[in-house]
Design a protein around this ligand. Structure first.
Ligand code: ADP
Ligand code: ASP
Ligand code: MG
Length: 409
């Protein structure tokens, strides 16, 4: 007897018909002799709708109340899905995150799971129930409801699979696996049979929203076999596993995928004195304002002064700009400028470790399309560039073609 944890995303439970279809699908697996734990998201659009209601009442609503509101979306789908099982003659029981006792820290809207009590779920499984759990939510040590950040139901699924030692965690969504890049941007993108935890982690943190970053972190840490599959078509999907196992399944490609992030903005301060501590004086106030800095670039000019450029989340652009202007006054800088119409495009692949010249090939493919690179950053298994947002589609497609990603790798 195997234990499967399956997570169904918003589109997969987006209507009554689709919830009924999920029930049928889960029963199919159950009839093959598997114990089933099902994690669901809110119906598609519901979390956005709730967030917009809060925005109308109070744009600065506190995190605790926002979480009380946002978690209701998932409470609806767990109840409806459980009813669909009952109607078909299967015992089912729904749980909110708090009822399971998924304990998190108290960072509302972006809480981290600390522990999971699997006693209730195990008891229900033992007595033949299908267990249905609300994704994206938990409870802190004071009993406050928390949420895990957008896309957090993936993390609930993987964390439950780890806690219950499930045989596999299956993420059912509206695409039939992880692709070489977002198929909405590159229709020629190809489904990967498998991808390593490490590469998936890079893809997720560089902007591929197919899996929440923390879900991949959990899966890697606890070695949970993780698979992304379609809710709507049959198929084997994409297995996310160790690099070693990926090698067994498919030939290693130089580049596994292309990720992009539209949420970036760039800020520059020109003509500051090049003295020790200058980076701290510029970035200290940014970090004090709770703004995360992504890429950083510093240039020293011939006259000995320095220019400093960095990127932040687009939502933080105005606040960061205001803070930088203040710093510029105190440092007597020449000027401050910014651009919130930029994007980051990244190539990811463990194959880069053993092959030189990948970055220059990337620059060549972009140059051929006349795409100007504003910033570059590299690490062991990725190269990222910042470009004007108007080049996003063109850039992704040029790289996809250049690195031959359409071909079976
Ligand atoms: P769910 O609501 O099921 O959680 P999401 O919208 O969060 O679904 O994630 C699925 C979407 O992720 C797909 O529709 C696709 O547009 C997007 N996506 C981005 N990058 C990739 C990729 N590399 N492979 C597959 N899908 C991707
Ligand atoms: N409903 C939440 C969201 O839209 C969580 C999730 O779907 O994973 O972000
Ligand atoms: Mg998602």
């Amino acid at each position: 007897m195997s234990l499967l944890v399956q997570k169904y995303g918003g589109t997969s439970v987006g209507s009554i018909e689709r919830i009924e279809a999920v029930a049928e699908k889960v029963i199919g697996y159950r009839e093959q002799g598997n114990d089933m734990v099902v994690v669901v998201s809110a119906m598609s659009g519901e979390t956005n709708r709730l967030a917009a209601l809060a925005q109308e009442i109070n744009p600065r609503a506190n995190g605790r109340e926002l979480d009380v509101l946002l978690t209701t979306g998932e409470q609806v789908t767990i109840a409806l899905l459980s009813m669909a099982f009952e109607k078909r003659g299967y015992a089912a029981k729904s749980y909110t995150g708090g009822q399971v006792r998924i304990t998190t820290d108290s960072a509302h809207n972006k809480a981290r799971i600390k522990s999971i009590d699997n006693e209730n779920i195990q008891r229900d499984l033992d007595s033949g129930h299908i267990v249905v759990v609300a994704g994206f939510q938990g409870i802190d040590e004071h009993g406050n409801i928390t949420t895990l950040g957008r896309g957090g139901s993936d993390t609930t699924g993987v964390a439950l699979a780890a806690a219950l030692k499930a045989d596999e965690c299956q993420i059912f969504t509206d695409v039939d696996g992880v692709y070489t890049t977002d198929p909405r941007v590159e229709p020629d993108a190809r489904r990967l049979k498998a991808i390593s935890f490490e590469e998936m982690l890079e893809m997720a943190s560089l902007g591929s929203k197919v899996l929440q970053i923390r879900a991949v972190e959990f899966a890697q840490k606890y070695q949970v076999p993780l698979r992304v599959l379609s809710s709507f078509e049959e198929g084997e999907g994409t297995l996310i596993t160790t690099e070693y196992e990926v090698e067994d399944i498919m030939e290693q490609a130089l580049i596994s995928g292309i990720a992009f992030n539209r949420d970036e903005a760039q800020l520059t301060i020109n003509g500051v004195a090049d003295t020790p501590g200058i980076a701290y004086q510029i970035l200290g106030p940014i970090s004090d304002a709770n703004i995360e800095v992504d890429m950083i670039l510093q240039n020293v000019s011939a006259d000995g002064s320095t220019d400093f450029t960095f990127t932040v989340h687009r939502n933080d652009y105005e606040t960061a700009f205001a803070s930088l202007q203040k710093t510029a006054e105190s440092l007597d800088a020449r000027e401050v400028s910014g651009n919130n119409r930029i994007v980051k495009i990244s190539i990811v692949g463990v194959g880069m470790r053993s092959h030189a010249g990948i970055a220059s090939r990337m620059f060549e493919y972009l140059a051929k399309e006349g795409i100007n690179i504003l910033m570059i950053s590299t690490s062991e298994i990725k190269v990222s560039v910042v470009v004007d947002e108007k080049y996003l589609e063109l850039g992704v497609r040029a790289l996809h073609e250049g690195f031959d990603l359409t071909q079976e790798g």
